[in-house]
Ligand binder design. Structure first.
Ligand code: KG4
Ligand code: ZN
Length: 428
């Protein structure tokens, strides 16, 4: 998320579906505490979702001073935020008085605190007293930071026990975070009701590109339940490369959105950074060489650029203390050229896979899929290759629990289970 943020709900009070499964999902694999409540329907042939509530609280402000996510801090914040988010869900379901809606929540550096109408901390019910009606409880078990994952798993088990007293049939299911990203293409609209008009079978075989802070994976997807990994990064994930390059450029964490912003003022062809493994015959990626090329470029050019041009003048008529104009210009060119190199490699390999496997669609997901340059490059490839291009709205690219709920629905239908144990290196 770009900033601490809580996404509002789209609850209409009535269900969109005649029969549905109500799923509560919890996601704490990294630095976002997320809980979602959805209604799922349609089965494996035509899965459809209605989002009752989608809460995401970001810890970015807490980790920013450290330039990255600190696992134990993340865990501490999840432990603090989970009951607050869950109570908010209960509040909306049962209209508990003295509890403001999500849009009024003030997000502080330590995560949101619900504020009562009197301006004091809300005194909502204990988790045990009000019980949510849900059929399935889903929680991310990996991959991710293990202390952070455990916070979600322990909390989910506690909630499950409490709901079970009332609804003995409620099941709990561990979910693979990467499957959450993979299935996020099913979440197409802000309203939460998926709007793809095609029968799902017309999308397959598809080529899925998952790009996040920890992964860069290319898959051939034959159906909603069957896929084969074609390739992945051999070193840094592309999101990690964005974050590291941002750091080299003096831009704050998380670097992806910062690079994208800086790149808007730069020239993507100013610097011919390498396109690692662009022509390799496999479908693997490598971003550490590109990152090092940027490092050397900065080392060789920053000083000269920095001494060029005056500093911007502050409103008080004094020199502002920001970066020099020369460096600001060069930094924009570096950001744009780096972004272009990364997008070129990702797009070229995806397009080659589409051709080789006769795919009918491209499915893009993961935090880096929020990047407009990547989205538009793959959209253009889709048009050129005459295949569908599906990417969820931006708030479902970065980590959220709605995608975990969607993956849980598919997992439940195919009777697939992951143990309720944190597994930091869980793969697809
Ligand atoms: O999927 P995600 O939210 O968390 C993981 O599962 O890792 O992805 C986070 C990554 C970070 O590396 C972040 O810098 C990157 O996604 N990211 C972006 C953008 N927004 C987030 N990268 C490039 N452009 C963006 N707009
Ligand atoms: Zn993720």
């Amino acid at each position: 998320m770009r900033k601490s943020d809580i996404l509002g709900d789209v609850s209409s009070g009535k269900s969109h579906f005649k029969t549905f499964m109500k799923i509560l999902a919890i996601e704490t694999s990294c630095d976002e505490t997320a809980i979602a409540l959805i209604e799922a329907s349609g089965g494996l042939k035509a899965p459809k979702f209605k989002i009752v509530k989608n809460l995401v609280t970001s810890q970015i402000e807490i980790h920013r001073p450290w330039g990255g996510v600190v696992p134990n801090l993340a865990k501490r914040e999840h432990v603090k935020n989970l009951p607050i988010c869950y109570r908010q869900i209960l509040n909306d379901q049962f209209l508990i008085p003295n509890f403001q809606s999500s849009s009024n929540l003030k997000t502080k550096s330590f995560g949101p605190r619900p504020i009562s109408t009197q301006g004091r901390w809300a005194s909502g019910p204990s988790l045990g007293r009000t019980k949510l009606k849900a059929d399935l409880l889903a929680v991310t078990v990996g991959p991710g930071l293990e202390p952070a994952l455990w916070a979600g798993i322990v909390f989910a088990k506690q909630v499950w026990q409490e709901i079970k007293d009332q609804n003995s049939k409620i099941k709990i299911i561990g979910v693979n975070h990467l499957e959450g990203h993979l299935y996020s293409f099913l979440l197409q609209e802000k309203t939460g009701i998926s709007n793809y008009q095609l029968p799902i079978s017309k999308l397959f075989p598809a080529i899925a590109l998952i790009v996040s802070g920890g992964h860069t994976i290319l898959l051939r997807v034959d159906s909603l339940t069957k896929w084969k990994k074609l390739g992945e990064t051999r070193d840094d994930a592309v999101g990690e490369a964005f974050d590291k390059v941002a750091k080299m450029l003096g831009l704050p964490y998380p670097g992806g959105p910062e690079i994208e912003k800086a790149a808007e003022k730069g020239n993507p062809s100013a610097i011919p950074f390498p396109r690692p493994m662009l022509h390799s015959k496999d479908y693997d990626f490598s971003f550490s060489g590109l990152k090092t090329a940027v490092l050397y470029y900065i080392r060789d050019h920053k000083l000269k650029a920095d001494s060029f041009g005056p500093r911007p003048i502050s409103t008080q008529g004094r020199w502002a203390s920001g970066p020099s104009l020369g460096w600001t210009k060069l930094r924009a060119d570096i950001a744009a050229s780096f972004q272009q190199a990364a997008v070129d490699v990702l797009t070229a390999k995806t397009a080659r896979a589409v051709r080789e496997f006769g795919a009918k669609s491209i499915l893009l997901s993961g935090g880096v899929a929020a990047n407009a340059a990547l989205r538009s490059a793959l959209k253009a490839q889709g048009l050129k290759l005459k295949v569908h291009f599906l990417v969820p709205p931006i708030h479902f690219n970065t980590d959220n629990a709605t995608m975990i709920a969607a993956a849980a629905y598919i997992q439940h239908l195919r009777k697939k289970k992951y143990p309720l144990r944190a597994n930091g290196t869980l793969n697809l």
